[in-house]
Ligand binder design. Structure first.
Ligand code: VGL
Ligand code: ZN
Length: 209
């Protein structure tokens, strides 16, 4: 390598080294067709997510997995006054990671909604009755590992991926999402496209790779 080329590759390494990968809610209830809140075609993005995971891992970078993790009764669920079918109840099959997802043992894991809150963002949860918000461990984990940029992938583009990416921007992190590494619930048609627009508007970079 010429001096210039080696300087350049050093710079590339430096610029990606502080980029963490956040894998949002790749759980049975969202990804498996038998799941209670199955997101159409969600399985199709899992191989793309896995290849990102393997790249990030080979570079020794941080991977944080989030999990939607609800109690049996929560105002998040339609039966208790919310909008969603029962899903991702803690310690059930639906809350487990989808079987084909590569889960690295040295990853970090953040569960959200455990106290009955709406947990759309990996960074914070919100009490659906009082509206009060509190932080999860995610920001602290990123800070401890010196991550200043995040790549956000997973499910669902129009809920948890969007809210996680917007929250990352609010917290001053450079943020990238990848179209082929996420899928939307699309409760109303157009929600996924609107979520992508909202992310772009907030300074999130949307890439195709
Ligand atoms: C999610 C709806 C309800 C998500 C979580 O992970 O995007 N969506 N709970
Ligand atoms: Zn949920």
């Amino acid at each position: 390598m010429t001096d210039d080329a080696s300087k350049f590759s050093e710079l590339v390494t430096l610029s990606t080294q502080n980029t963490a990968l956040i894998v949002v809610d790749v759980q049975n209830d969202f990804v498996d067709p038998r799941g209670s809140l199955y997101v159409q075609d969600a399985q199709s993005v899992v191989p793309n997510i896995n290849s990102m995971i393997s790249n990030v891992r080979s570079e020794g970078r941080l991977i944080v997995y989030t999990q939607d993790w609800h109690p049996e009764v929560t105002p998040h669920f339609a039966k208790d006054g919310g909008i969603w079918p029962v899903h991702c109840v803690g310690d059930t099959w639906g809350a487990e990671f989808y079987g084909e997802l590569v889960v690295v043992p040295d990853g970090e894991f953040v569960r959200k909604g455990t106290g009955g809150e709406d947990g759309y963002s990996g960074f914070s949860v919100r009490d659906p009755q009082t509206g009060s918000e509190s932080d999860t461990a995610l920001e602290r984990i990123l800070q401890e590992r010196g991550a200043e940029q995040v790549d956000v992938v997973g499910i669902a583009t129009d809920y948890c991926v969007k809210e996680t990416a917007l929250d990352a921007r609010r917290r001053g992190l450079s943020t990238v999402v990848y179209r082929n590494c996420m899928k939307g619930v699309e409760l109303a048609s157009g929600d996924t496209a609107a979520a992508i627009d909202a992310m772009i508007h907030a300074g999130v970079e949307v890439l195709d790779a």
